[in-house]
Design a protein around this ligand. Sequence first.
Ligand SMILES: [Zn+2]
Length: 191
Amino acid sequence: MLLQIVQYGEKVLHETGKPVTKFDAELAELFENMVDTMYEAEGIGLAAQQVGLPLMFCVVDLNGCDPDFDYTLDGAKPPFDLFMPMAIANPKVELIKSKELAYEEGCLSFPEIRGDVERTDWIRCEFQDLQGNPHVIEANGLLGRCIQHEVDHLNGILFIDRMKKRVLKKIQPQVNQLKAKTLQNLKKATR
Ligand SMILES: [Zn+2]
């Protein structure tokens, strides 16, 4: 089932997620629906906040992207398509000391708005899968960046919060316009 993606201007995007405590059929269904919604929107990651649920849960799938990055999962290097799409519950990200790189990011809650965000290249992320089993992924490049972007969402942090002032300044009119449009749509919906 496709879910509606929350647009910038809605409060839930600024909320910190509650920890996932039940690894049940309901979570499995949420995972399926979030993955379908992410594919439909042609995204590579989607956080629960973006479908209106302040929860420590996100999905990531980089299949089909240029595999110009490195990773280990639980200390091994399984083929990528074996663990994609990924369900990431209760993640804790640790930034591994490495170069900060700027890269143009987008976000499904900010249609057609893009801007450079500087992030650490390498991360280590502890998380739980759909069954509640603990894992550790270390990743750099697009995978490391995507996980950082999604885990930020789970903590109520948006990519515009991470942009340098001069980058944000350029897209601020589009961001304001989007916020106004979202608020207008919310008003219509409650009428
Ligand atoms: Zn996003």
